[in-house]
Ligand binder design. Structure first.
Ligand SMILES: [Zn+2]
Length: 714
């Protein structure tokens, strides 16, 4: 009888183990079905378990004192973890609220022997009886305890045998390599059951291309970008529905690419079962974590060369090393100047989490909303420099923790405490009144003549009701009190005050990690939204405890036309220009009127005004410098010319020249100097190769040149 298909027999006399003291506290009925299917199929069984309520009533408990716990319905019973119902049962017994626990087959409900023995232990300690369809047991009684322990062991053994029987057949099949696994894209299963490469040539070609791209680029992100840029989609065989088996072309994403590179099937291997895990390393609530070994060779069944492969085993292993190294490069190193808000920041435009980016070795951290970029190679949603936002947050946090602000919070806490005292008084009165009522009933019952049985019986019932009401109120009160946060003691308040006084000092000497911790203690999340990529940033802070504040931040922008005031600025400048003012005078007027230019510069000057007028199309440029006729040797270019020809950004080229990686000479013409770069065809080819070769995860000491005459030096 696995699921209680037949009715538990509730017949029999009320056990003499049930005493009056037991009936003074609640009886708890624990109802559980192990899986959703069982809930659907065996409603009958559930109904029977509810009949346990009637049984408790038959034992003499008041209906009001019978509590049903059924929130484990539909959960698997392998362990107490993730089963709040069973935990609540144990907790209520431990608090002494319960004197009887009922279940259809109690030992089955605990499933793991550890849970079961814990319940027994605690029931014995708190004088709580256990009842199932067979009888009533007292866990403190030696014989009963032996029986209960045996029941638990038997039920666990039964479960084990059942599981083993189900799994053994599957394992044997897997060991022969015959257990059908889910095939990744690029594979099909023939009618004979044999696994084969996808017969569709385009599908096969795409998979091969993806592996080739990884050989070339060495990162998932770059492969993904390439595929998106060239609009290449992934071949997926539809696994169910009317179109089952048909080929569909899906948009590429990071996870599926990552899975593709990690899947040993592509190297021809058959793998079944989990790799060995260590429960201590498992993250709570996340099955599948805590693996002890990263090698697929350590899986339960590993059969190399079992299916046709797209790549060789060496290439597969190389890819795994690369993926691991990439991950380490992404997350491993602690950087200087870590952004204060990493992990707290939410994009105000799309609601995704923003990440901190550390370019230039962490010199200029930025916050970026790039989840869609990382996963699907879509454009970046928004990005902004970390420093101004961090500064604002720091100011807000210090303000929130300033002594004055803290006094206000302490006052509020004191108000809360007074409110709680009032409620507490209310509870005391209710319980007192219930006690008085019970006492009154007792006196009335005592006063009645014993001959007047009818009246005596009525009075006795009323007295019992009053007692039950009193017990219920006390239990309820206990529950309410337990759920309230503890108030601060005077010593704690003093510590808080002292800390608040010292905070600016603490902040200035704290490490960045400590600051991040402080910010996280106060803030739940921070929403930012750059308004139309202008200098205006909207910031909304969600503080712990529910209060929300919004702020406006001015961030530095690179160009004047990014300013939200750009149109008004141009209009004003054009107006002043039409009035015949000179550029320096216009600049002075602007500064006086409080206009601010982009970037960090504080004031306008004449040439900025001129540039602005020219860019806005109001005036023509004042002059154009003529490039003098340079006397050149063969294969000599100016930096601008060469940058256009290669092509590459002129500043990068300039840096290379400065570093001496390209041969160059400087010729003075009047008061100006011109750099001429020597670059023959071989050099240009070499530079192009260096430019198009992706940077590997570990920086190579120098770019490889392809020609002996090339003059790129590191
Ligand atoms: Zn976004």
């Amino acid at each position: 009888m696995m699921d209680g298909d037949s009715a538990p027999s509730f017949s029999g006399l009320v056990s003499d183990k049930i005493q009056r003291r037991h009936r003074e506290r609640a009886a708890m009925v624990y109802v559980r079905q192990s899986t959703v299917q069982q809930v659907e199929r065996h409603q009958e069984s559930t109904r029977l378990q509810y009949a346990l309520v009637d049984r408790a009533f038959g034992f003499g408990w008041e209906r009001a004192a019978i509590i049903v716990i059924d929130d484990d319905l539909g959960r698997s019973g392998a362990s107490m973890e993730g089963r709040p119902g069973f935990q609540r049962l144990v907790a209520e017994v431990g608090l002494g609220h319960v004197r009887l626990v009922l279940g259809a087959e109690m030992s089955r409900l605990a499933r793991s022997c550890r849970d079961w023995h814990q319940l027994l232990e605690i029931c014995a300690l708190f004088d709580t009886l256990i009842a199932d369809s067979d009888g009533v047991y007292d866990a403190a009684n030696y014989n009963d305890r032996l029986l209960l322990g045996l029941k638990g062991t038997m039920s666990e053994a039964e479960l084990h045998i059942l599981k083993a029987r189900m799994l053994e057949g599957k394992r044997a099949k897997a060991r022969r390599g015959e257990l059908g696994m889910r095939l990744p894209m690029g594979y099909v299963r023939r009618l004979s059951g044999e696994v084969a490469l996808d017969p569709d040539e385009q599908a096969q070609g795409t998979i091969r291309l993806v592996f080739d791209l990884f050989e070339r680029f060495r990162t998932v992100g770059k492969v993904m970008r390439y595929l998106v840029d060239h609009d290449i989609r992934m071949p997926v065989r539809i696994s169910s529905g009317p179109r089952k088996g048909e080929l569909a072309w899906h948009r590429v994403n990071r996870v599926s690419l990552h899975n593709l590179f990690s899947n040993p099937t592509y190297a021809g291997a058959y793998v079944y079962g989990k790799r060995p895990t260590d429960p201590r390393r498992r993250k709570p609530g996340r099955p599948g974590t805590g693996r002890r070994s990263a090698r697929v060779e350590d899986a339960e069944v590993f059969l190399p060369d079992r299916v046709p492969g797209y790549i060789g085993w060496e290439q597969y292993q190389r890819n795994q090393l690369q993926l691991r190294a990439n991950r380490a490069a992404e997350t491993g190193v602690a950087r200087a100047g870590q952004a204060l808000l990493s992990g707290l920041l939410v994009c105000g435009r799309c609601g995704l989490h923003m990440v901190a980016q550390y370019n230039n070795n962490g010199a200029y951290p930025r916050y970026a909303c790039n989840r869609m970029t990382v996963d699907y190679a879509e454009p970046v949603c928004q990005t902004l420099k970390a420093a101004p936002l961090d500064a604002l947050m720091m100011r807000l946090v210090l303000e929130a923790l300033a002594p004055a602000a803290l006094e206000a919070s302490l006052l509020a806490a004191a108000d809360l405490e007074r409110e709680r005292e009032a409620i507490e008084g209310h509870w005391r009165q209710r319980i007192e009144r219930a006690g008085y009522e019970a006492e009154r009933m007792r006196r009335q019952f005592d006063a009645v003549e014993p001959e007047n049985r009818l009246v005596a019986r009525t009075l006795e019932r009323q007295w019992e009701q009053a007692l039950a009401e009193q017990a219920r109120l006390e239990a309820e009160h206990e529950r309410v009190r337990r759920n309230q946060p503890a108030a601060l003691s005077p010593a704690e308040v003093a510590t808080v005050r002292e800390l608040a006084r010292d905070l600016p000092g603490i902040w200035s000497t704290a490490t960045q990690e400590e600051r991040q911790t402080i910010v996280r203690l106060l803030l739940e999340r921070v929403l930012v939204e750059v308004v139309d990529s202008s200098e205006q940033v909207r910031v909304a802070c969600h503080w712990h405890g529910g209060s929300r504040t919004s702020h406006q931040l001015i961030r530095p922008v690179a160009r004047l036309d990014q300013l939200s005031t750009y149109t008004a600025l141009v209009a004003r400048v054009a107006e002043l220009h039409r009035a015949g003012q000179s550029y320096p005078v216009i600049a002075e007027t602007l500064n006086r009127e409080g206009w601010r230019p982009a970037k960090r510069r504080d004031t306008f000057n004449g040439s900025m005004v001129h540039h602005l007028l020219h860019k806005a199309g109001v005036t023509a440029p004042r002059y154009r410098r003529r490039r003098p006729n340079l006397v050149r040797k063969p294969d000599e270019w100016t930096i601008a010319e060469l940058a256009r020809h290669i092509p590459m950004p002129a500043p990068t080229l300039y840096t290379w020249v400065q570093q001496g990686r390209l041969r160059s000479r400087v010729i003075p013409v009047g008061d100006r100097h011109f750099t001429l770069v020597h670059a023959d065809d071989a050099t240009i080819t070499a530079v192009r190769t260096v430019r198009t070769t992706p940077v590997p995860w570990r920086r190579r000491p120098s770019p490889q040149t392809t020609s002996s005459t090339a003059t790129i030096e590191s």
